[in-house]
Design a protein around this ligand. Sequence first.
Ligand SMILES: [Zn+2]
Ligand SMILES: [Zn+2]
Length: 475
Amino acid sequence: MPPRKKQSTETLKGITIRVVNSLKGPTPADEIVQKILSIRSETGKKLNSTIRTYLKHEIGQTLVYLDKQTIVPIALAFQGVRFRINLDEIHEKGYLFYREFEPFLAELNPDTVQFVSKDGTSLKTDHIKVENKRKQSYTWQQTEYFSLIECFPQQKIQVGDSILVSIVQYQPQPIFCLEYETASQRQEKKIHKKNQELANILFGLLENAYDEYIMIREAIPTAYCRLQNPRDYPGDNWKKVLKTDNRLCYMDWRIVYPEAQTFRDIFMDKPESEKEMEIKQKQAKLSPEKAKRIYCWKVSFSYNPDIWRRLELQGLNTLAEFDHCLREAFQYDLDDHLGGFWRMIQRGKTNRFREIQIADIEPSGEGQGAELRIADLDLQEGNLLKYVYDFGAWLEHTIILESVSQPSTQAKYPRLIDRNKPRYRYCEDCQQKKSKTIATWVCIECSNEEQRIVLVCEDCLNKYHQDHSIDRILY
Ligand SMILES: [Zn+2]
Ligand SMILES: [Zn+2]
């Protein structure tokens, strides 16, 4: 009998990392997958996709994607890359940084990093841990820092100065070169251009991500490596770039859209008075011309777009009025349930949308954002909103702004100008009595019992189906 072939004990993940680390330059992902499959002497669609998943998990750790198809090991990609630490805050323990540095460390142990000056002499930085004073659930209890106290003894360190970092070497031992740059030495034009480029790359990554966030540890290495010249004079640190670009912000370990921050403000931090101030500020700017403008909306029931209404409202109409108008148009209850509006913003060229809540409206017309006027929303033709009636039953409607125009002098606004042609169904209790009444409800209880759909009118509902569970019919 031939000796049994010794089974390899290396895991698929292990092989994947080993193959990536052995690459000599940028390599197509397909080629890497083939290489791994040949080592395993196995094939199969499932194995193929498992390897691709492993590769994705390693972004920012052992590799980066230069584009959708091209992988390069991080040690190679980072070689010579330069970035900036902005000295923007003074800490009681001196000038500290770490968060700015973290995405460039990948899996390196911070204590193994060697810092050198431009002429190669070793610089002393302390890796320290500081307890956080803020005791909020979403901030870390402890923050790590590198201390700069002994790094630049001749330098009078000031806020606004920077440290320029170059990655001299990543493996086997990480070496980072630090140069001091004063605020007056900043090459603002170059910095501005680099900042813009970095922000654009990050925004592109976020727009194309499946979720409404990207991980800092993946996105920052990827974005820096995708810069046209990552080894040139560096722009501001990613943290500063994110703070100054209003399309993006960062929260904990993620980069998110700004509304994620707003959401947190609403629920965690911001006092009620400040929110009211913001709404008041927005309202102050409305000109008479904008107030009179006519906004024409087509509102479709999301679960059946054949059911729709076309409404006209003016710029000065509030979202509370819009909500009332929608309730009337769809014959919803005027005295019960919440209504809510969201803005829908397409994410890049994908078919996914960001949903930004703009108002919750009670039947009384009160609620968060209820006082916002339509003109305050800065909408353009083609923009989308979502309206939900009844947060329990959650009836969703898609609203498109079809046109913005000048008012006609005779008309009164808001008004319903068109609707789908209703295909009425009739009440069966009434039909038995030979009269034709439009059914407005499905009796769920009777439908279940009789194994067919039981349609009833308002009157018969009150007479024969009291306390039965029902569903409204929309026409
Ligand atoms: Zn009836
Ligand atoms: Zn019934």
